[in-house]
Design a protein around this ligand. Structure first.
Ligand SMILES: Cc1ncc(COP(=O)(O)O)c(C=O)c1O
Length: 447
């Protein structure tokens, strides 16, 4: 019996009457066959209103590193709720959380909390401009830095803008953005240190910062090539730019010291989101004392009514203690499970003639589906991905997986939680056997 989604369809129709577009974040509309309505979750599994039980690799867009509704986290939030839900003032908890973060991530001496990573990116951009007196920021194609006017500039450049590979366009996918915003971004291709060096040289003295996702989880889980991180560090030091590591996805997922510890680099500023709050609306801008100076002095304004909300702080303290208590077993255990899943999916795909090439470090990975005739080998950057990955075919495979009870992120990313075990991997592979066979029998590429 495949899963059906009749009740979700009914609720979505009802939602469209009162919620603009029926959803509260545009990306949720990508879910096929319909945005799903959930009732409860436990560890690595979720149940929707149609009674479907699903092994979850979407995990609240990666925020649920500790799985769904961990008991300790729920207790921490409810205990805090009874003491106070919101003060817009200080509490000892905020120091306790900050102390944990600074003890876990060597580059971080100071933090400021926000409600989402989009806000922390906004704060970082203001801070680097206030610090350097320059306005331009260098970013990479395919890297996502939130949905703000600035963070989204040059994210997924349409192929019509690809004519000059040396100078990727600074365009925005949304209407309603002031055109001048785009002039303040220099867009580079990822994973080409010499190209980066040339672009930085062209803009010498103009750039306030270089921002990046250390493993490009939002586009194909593309890890940095050898020498890229050291090149970014070297160029930032040479030209007085600040290095911003956007660890919204990789933060704590890649270990207690985040992707910067995993790959071995030292940024000036770090953005944390998702796993820092275990599914509560919590994020942080973190950095060295020197790089946070303009926030300390108040020259770069940072504010927010709900910043450091006690419910989120209680959640975050629990999450960080979880990571600390796991010691060296995290992320090694999750990596091993993820790699087993990647290998298992590849094996089943071969049997069914599906060119799936899972890519990534295991604790998150992307299911690349090669287009007919596309070259083999790892995907290296956003253009390579857009050229070789068959998004339409992945869409069908994802639907088949969902109908068999396995949910990956719509665009192809899979995230594991610390609650996934070999049992979930076994169950997932058994379900993938059916899903992949159905795909092989049913899929008709559009002509
Ligand atoms: C790397 C990265 N930066 C920033 C953001 C924005 O985070 P939020 O949705 O919490 O605003 C995201 C969200 O997915 C992200 O993946």
């Amino acid at each position: 019996m495949h899963a059906t989604f009749d009740k979700s369809r009914e609720l979505f129709k009802r939602a469209e009457q009162t919620i603009a577009g029926g959803v509260n974040s545009g990306i949720r509309k990508l879910e096929q066959p319909v945005p799903i309505y959930f009732e409860k979750g436990s560890g690595p599994r979720v149940w929707d209103v149609d009674g479907n039980e699903t092994i979850d690799y979407q995990l609240g867009q990666g925020a649920l590193l500790y799985g769904h509704a961990p008991e300790g986290l729920a207790d921490a939030i409810s205990a805090q709720a009874k003491l106070g839900i919101h003060w817009a003032a200080q509490c000892e908890l905020e120091i306790e959380v900050a102390e944990r973060i600074t003890s876990m991530i060597p580059s971080v001496e100071l933090v400021r909390f926000n409600n989402c990573a989009t806000e922390s990116v906004m704060a970082a951009f203001r801070l680097v401009r206030a610090t350097t007196g320059r306005t331009k920021i260098l970013r990479f194609e395919g890297h996502y830095h939130g949905w703000g006017d600035e963070g989204l500039t040059g994210f997924a450049n349409p192929t019509s803008t690809w004519d000059d590979p040396e100078h990727p366009a600074s365009v925005h996918p949304s209407k309603g953005v002031i055109p001048e915003v785009m002039e303040h971004f220099v867009v580079a291709r990822w994973n080409d240190p010499e190209h980066l060096r040339r672009l930085v040289d062209e803009h010498k003295g103009e750039l306030a910062a270089i921002i990046f996702e250390p493993a490009v989880c939002n586009t194909c889980c593309i890890e940095p090539v050898e020498g890229l991180m050291s090149t970014i560090r070297e160029l930032c030091d040479r030209d007085g730019m600040m290095m911003i590591s956007d660890e919204t996805i990789t933060g704590f997922r890649f270990g207690a010291s985040c992707a910067q510890g995993y790959y071995g680099f030292t940024p000036d500023l770090t953005i944390l989101g998702k796993a820092i709050g275990g599914g509560t609306p919590f994020a942080a801008l973190c950095g060295t004392k020197k790089s946070m100076a303009k926030i300390i002095s108040g020259e770069a304004i940072h504010a927010g009514t709900l910043n450091a909300n006690p419910l989120c702080l209680a959640a975050s303290k629990w999450c960080l203690d979880e990571i600390i208590s796991r010691g060296d077993s995290h992320p090694a255990g999750t990596i091993a499970l993820g790699k087993r899943l990647m290998a298992g999916l590849s094996e089943i795909a071969v049997k069914n003639g599906i060119p799936i090439r899972p890519q990534g470090p295991g604790l998150a990975f992307h299911s690349v589906i090669l287009k007919d005739g596309a070259a083999e080998g790892p995907i290296n950057d956003y253009r390579d991905y857009a050229t070789r990955h068959d998004a339409a075919r992945w869409g069908h495979i994802r639907l088949m997986l969902l109908e068999e009870g396995v949910r990956a992120i719509e665009r192809g990313l899979w995230s594991l939680s610390t609650t996934h075990t070999n049992k979930e991997i076994d169950d997932t592979l058994a379900r993938a056997e059916i899903a992949f066979a159905r795909h092989a029998a049913e899929y008709q590429p559009a002509v």
